[in-house]
Write a protein that binds this ligand. Structure first.
Ligand SMILES: [Zn+2]
Length: 229
């Protein structure tokens, strides 16, 4: 083989390698408008508590957590349906529990089972916190320990919420041993959107402005995560 042939072979190989990398980076990894529509994806939203189990209760304004969780989840569902073609399912869309009994463990497992039954790609649970110390405030997104995809989802959603310039403490993401998180086999997070036990948080979580910003932020995070998978 003469030098010319070797040189042109090298050139051809280089062109293929560089071209492929460029092609791969630029075309395959780019999030397209079609990706953002999330066609074929199923999102499970779980408004925490319901029925006889009311969750936290606001100290100053008497906010009932189960009702606010449902309202917020409905807002997020609407936002996702407007912006994507994903199928959005809720574990409950009225003030009820999933099972008729009062066994909390079974009730939580029933919510996880719905994820499997509906072949959902992602699980997002909506809650509002409460704590003895009324100074505790802010938003936390929980994920199951040692689950990198769940942690990634938690980080993306938490960041997207605060990108909406929300005026409360960013408590960050936290690895938590919750049944609905650890029993799920798809990326799962639980968002606590503020403390009903804190006066400022309670007022904020009931405001239309906050509900609007948080629904947009959470939808942004979910879309961002699912578009990159
Ligand atoms: Zn709760």
């Amino acid at each position: 083989m003469n030098k010319k042939i070797i040189a042109s072979s090298v050139l051809i190989i280089l062109t293929i390698v560089i071209g492929y990398q460029f092609f791969e980076l630029d075309i395959f990894n780019r999030v397209t408008a079609e990706d953002l529509r999330l066609k074929g994806k199923t999102i499970m939203l779980d408004p925490g508590h319901g029925g006889t189990e009311q969750g936290a209760k606001g100290i100053k304004h008497g906010t009932i957590e189960k009702d606010l969780n449902l309202k917020v989840a409905k807002n997020i569902k609407k936002e996702l349906e407007e912006r994507t073609d994903a199928k959005v399912i809720m574990t409950r869309d009225t003030d009820t529990s999933i099972l008729s009994g009062t066994d909390l463990k079974k009730e939580l497992q029933a919510r996880v089972d719905l994820v499997k039954k509906n072949s959902a790609d992602i699980y997002v649970s909506i809650h509002h916190d409460a704590f003895q110390d009324t100074k505790a405030e802010g938003i936390t997104t929980h994920y199951a320990p040692s689950r990198s995809q769940d942690k990634k989802l938690a980080k993306i959603v938490q960041e997207a919420i605060f990108a909406q310039k929300i005026d409360t403490r960013n408590r960050g993401v936290r690895a938590s041993d919750y049944l609905v998180l650890k029993e799920n086999t798809v990326p799962a997070i639980l968002i606590e959107l503020g403390f009903t036990s804190n006066e400022n948080d309670e007022e904020r979580m009931n405001s239309e402005e906050f509900q609007d910003k948080s629904k947009k932020g959470i939808a942004d995070g979910i879309i961002n995560f699912l578009s990159r998978r």
